[in-house]
Design a protein around this ligand. Structure first.
Ligand SMILES: Nc1ncnc2c1ncn2[C@@H]1O[C@H](COP(=O)(O)OP(=O)(O)OP(=O)(O)O)[C@@H](O)[C@H]1O
Ligand SMILES: [Mg+2]
Length: 243
């Protein structure tokens, strides 16, 4: 059983950026409990992708800290973070296009070859279509199918937490919906999820808790349901239909 009061990840006053002296994250503080599905919404350029990249060791953290399960993981390398249980699905370039689906999944498990077969079964249950088409090259798949391969690849390492950067971007409405349903299903298998999304309404509908990130700072947090009713969130991120 997961204890929902148990904190899995914290960002404590995190400062980070790409160029020395130019901060994109300006004292970002948030926490994610074990088993939670947390959504991060906010305007373009707010630093949402930068937050995930800093957590995953791809952007240098210049102040503050990230903590996973009680350990300081600030500025660890991505491969070390994978071994500690973090899976990251970037928004773009998230599959190896010249490799088959099966080869992509193998790449996902290369740090844990012994558990490959067992993980393939778990991941195959979540994404049966990928097993049916395992010999197809990822480069010939549709956007939605690629997104599935990318999520499945990240799940091959049996992560504690999955970081998703705009998994619904560029997909048709039906495919977007599938992505949200699948994300919830992955979360229900016990994987903690942090999801950055443009589609704020759908994101808030499925997440336990949401954060609004603005100018590199987590401006406020509440349950997904509360944020959907919040007049400021409606005005800025959901449009008049949210009223
Ligand atoms: N590789 C990079 N080098 C320098 N600056 C960058 C780089 N990537 C992003 N930035 C800058 O960091 C800021 C935050 O970008 P980020 O991609 O984190 O925003 P975002 O909230 O994910 O936006 P979007 O909703 O458009 O994806 C922007 O001003 C952007 O120009
Ligand atoms: Mg982004």
């Amino acid at each position: 059983m997961t204890d929902t009061n148990d904190v899995l990840i914290t960002a404590d006053d995190v400062w980070a950026g790409y160029i020395p002296g130019v901060s994109i994250l300006n004292g970002c503080t948030l926490e994610v409990k074990r088993g939670e599905l947390v959504g991060i919404i906010g305007p373009n350029g707010a630093g949402k992708s930068t937050f995930l990249k800093a957590l995953f060791g791809l952007v240098p953290v210049t102040g503050g800290s990230f903590n996973l399960d009680g350990d300081d993981i600030t500025n660890l390398r991505a491969d070390q973070l994978v071994r500690r249980g973090i899976g990251f699905v970037p928004q773009t370039n998230n599959v190896f296009p010249s490799l088959t689906i099966a080869e992509n999944l193998e790449m996902g498990a290369f740090q844990a070859p012994k558990t490959y077969k067992q993980r393939l079964e778990v991941v195959g249950d979540l994404f049966p279509v990928l097993i049916d088409r395992k010999d197809q090259r990822a480069g010939s798949l549709s956007g939605g199918e690629r997104q599935m391969v990318a999520m499945a690849r990240a799940l091959m390492m049996d992560p504690k937490v999955l970081l998703l950067d705009e998994p619904s971007a560029g997909l048709s409405p039906a495919r977007q919906d599938e992505t949200f349903v699948r994300t919830r299903a992955i979360n229900q298998t016990g994987v903690t999820v942090i999801m950055v999304e443009q589609n704020a309404r759908r994101c808030l509908q499925i997440c336990d808790r949401g954060y609004v990130l603005d100018q590199g700072t987590a401006a406020y947090s509440a349950t997904g349901r509360e944020l959907l009713k919040d007049p400021k969130v409606i005005e800025l991120y959901l449009g008049t239909l949210g009223a």
